[in-house]
Design a protein around this ligand. Structure first.
Ligand code: SAH
Length: 358
């Protein structure tokens, strides 16, 4: 197969520069379709891969919300971007506490990568739940829904605009000889108005807003809740958050297209706005550390350690520290948690309710 870098060079030479959004979209599709990016041999590690406690606590969150919804049956349990299926496997195990849940729930995995779909099937078939795969959230059947997305929204492409004297100009990827370089469209985007400061970068997560708006649309007919965990911030903010990760190290986003993971930081404010605009209710945001502590991760670790060997107990302590670590690079602070629910659901565990104006 021809390397994506060569395909992109030919495409740009023929059609001219492409938007950052199109570049990300082409790279990410190739990247996720051709590998398992997770774990020590891959490019990055995620919370469910660090410890079973993460998925278990989310499972208990789902049970409590399902109970509060009046135990609807059937209920769609949806995961966006399930990776190796680890989070869902841990989550489903925790839901055994309420045996009725298994009779009510059907599991829907929104995943584009065929190789990761196979891994998910291996991880989840032993659970005995009925499993379904979909390419897009739009394809999941209607009905009461519980949805989880961990490190999914950061993997969706964004548009980027740079503040210039002419206005906000879209950032492009072009060619300098054989090398991929960033450039700018000369015409500004009038709908975005004038930038306050030259050189600012504005990220517009159109794909993420579409997913959130679709979820809110579903909540108009059926009750439901979504739990979103990712690294990000409460905007508005300006800056270039596009980053590439290869073998657990930061890389140049243009250096190895389709061979490195490309992500941006999630603007939770925009996600919440899209939900509220669709008449859904937003809850949060809190840091992952605060959320997991509110759900009882310390007590869960103590219970697990009571049955563990000394080496396993040290592993549990290490995982607990990693998932809740504070500071600008600690997962406990860098990752944030937002829930979006039907407007009739006033509270969810571990998260304050946001007022519609915030
Ligand atoms: N949630 C997992 C994996 C995160 S990696 C975990 O926490 O470990 C991102 C996941 O999203 C992968 O499973 C990837 O294949 C999937 N993905 C990326 N872009 C997607 C898209 N546009 N539609 C559906 N799934 C996508």
């Amino acid at each position: 197969m021809k390397p994506l870098k060569d395909i992109l060079r030919e495409m740009i030479a023929l059609e001219g520069p492409i938007t950052v959004e199109r570049y990300m979209s082409l790279c990410l599709r190739h990247y996720y379709a051709t590998r398992d990016p997770l774990g020590s041999g891959g490019d990055f590690t995620t919370a469910p891969e660090i410890s079973q406690m993460f998925g278990e606590l989310i499972g208990l969150w789902m049970l409590e919300v399902w109970n509060g919804m009046g135990r609807p049956a059937p209920c769609r349990l949806v995961e966006l971007g399930p990776g190796r299926g680890t989070l869902m496997a841990d989550l489903l195990r925790a839901t055994k506490l309420l045996p009725d849940f298994k009779n009510a729930a059907t599991v829907h995995l929104v995943e584009t990568s065929p190789s990761l779909r196979r891994k998910q099937q291996e991880a989840l078939t032993p659970s005995g739940f009925s499993l379904h795969w979909h390419d897009r959230i739009e394809d999941v059947p209607s009905g009461p829904t519980l949805l989880v997305a961990n490190e999914f929204f950061d993997a969706l492409p964004v548009r980027q605009f740079v503040g210039t004297e002419r206005g906000w100009c879209e950032r492009l990827v072009g060619l300098d000889d054989e090398r991929l370089i960033f450039g700018l469209r000369s015409e500004p985007e009038p709908a975005l108005g004038k930038p306050l400061r030259l050189g600012d970068i504005l990220e517009w997560p159109a794909a993420s807003i579409d997913v959130m708006s679709e979820f809110a649309r579903r909540l108009k007919h059926d009750t439901g809740a979504a739990l979103i965990l990712d690294y990000g911030y409460w905007g508005p903010a300006f800056g270039d958050t596009l980053q590439a990760l290869k073998g657990h190290r930061f890389a140049d986003p243009l250096e190895e297209p389709g061979e490195a993971d490309l992500t941006t930081h999630v603007d939770f404010h925009r996600l919440a706005q899209a939900a509220v605009a669709g008449e859904a209710r937003a809850h949060g945001i809190v840091t992952q550390g605060d959320f997991l502590q509110a759900l009882g991760i310390v007590a869960r670790a103590t219970t697990l350690k009571a049955r563990a060997t000394p080496a396993q107990a040290a592993g549990i302590d290490h995982a607990l520290a990693r998932l809740t670590e504070r500071g600008p690079t600690g997962m406990g602070d860098l990752f944030k948690v937002l829930a979006v629910t039907h407007e009739g659901i006033a509270t969810v565990p571990g998260l304050p309710t946001l007022s519609p104006s915030s």
